[in-house]
Design a protein around this ligand. Structure first.
Ligand code: CA
Length: 223
């Protein structure tokens, strides 16, 4: 596969480049965020290996940007820091997996195989009688077409991709609006209310639920 290594440490980048080339992969290496942005614009990669600490910022911001643009290229985060919060934050940033440095090449190869084997994103998401056609950007509930704005669609899609899972406001904000947004904003609550007015209003069974003190969940469950 075609792999982009985003890593500024020459030793690690060299080790990865050698190891992956020997495995038959086509490998490009960039050492900063600017280089990574240019590379992903110019080339379609099958996998990104992303260092978090780059000279011009956090490598995960490239992954976040791709996810916001609905690009699901698998990404494995390489981190020297092994604190749990940072791993979690890494996954929230849209990375599919992480490896804590130092790691063995065999372990990386196993993770690469796992994240690229995962089924591609569903074309259609269903929660109860709600059907989201991802490619066509269309939403139906009980065969009634719902008219959503682009932002409402992104939010609903994220909730549907995580159906049954309680999502915190921070997590939703990060995934749908991006980290550049003011974390104190109430934009999530505002858009949830817009969505409720379109998705749940007039239906006996609401799908969007508030979990007090935790966040929101999209789920088909009895009242
Ligand atoms: Ca680094």
């Amino acid at each position: 596969m075609r792999v982009l290594i985003i890593e500024d440490e020459p030793k690690i980048a060299g080790f990865l480049h050698r190891g992956l080339t020997e495995e038959g992969h086509q490998v490009d290496v960039v050492g900063d965020l600017d280089g990574a942005r240019l590379a992903v614009r110019a080339e379609r990669y099958d996998l990104l290996l992303v260092d978090r600490m780059l000279p011009d910022g956090d490598g995960l911001s490239v992954v976040r940007e791709l996810r916001r643009a609905r690009d699901r290229t698998p990404a494995i985060c390489l981190t020297a820091r092994d604190r749990v919060e940072e791993r979690v934050e890494g996954l929230y940033g849209g990375a599919d997996d992480y490896l804590v440095k130092p790691f063995e090449l065999d372990e990386l190869l196993a993770r690469m195989a796992a994240v690229t084997r995962r089924a591609p994103a569903a074309e259609q998401l269903e929660v109860g009688d709600l059907v989201i056609d991802v490619a066509a950007h269309r939403v139906r509930r009980a065969d009634q077409e719902l008219q959503l704005t682009a932002q409402e669609f992104s939010l609903l899609r994220y909730l549907a991709e995580n159906a049954g899972r309680v999502l915190s406001r921070t997590r939703i904000l990060d995934a749908v609006w991006g980290v550049t947004h003011d974390p104190r904003t109430n934009v999530v609550d505002v858009y949830i209310s817009y969505l409720r007015a379109k998705v749940d209003k007039g239906f006996e069974r609401p799908l969007i639920h508030t979990v007090r003190g935790a966040g929101y969940v999209l789920e088909d469950r009895p009242r």
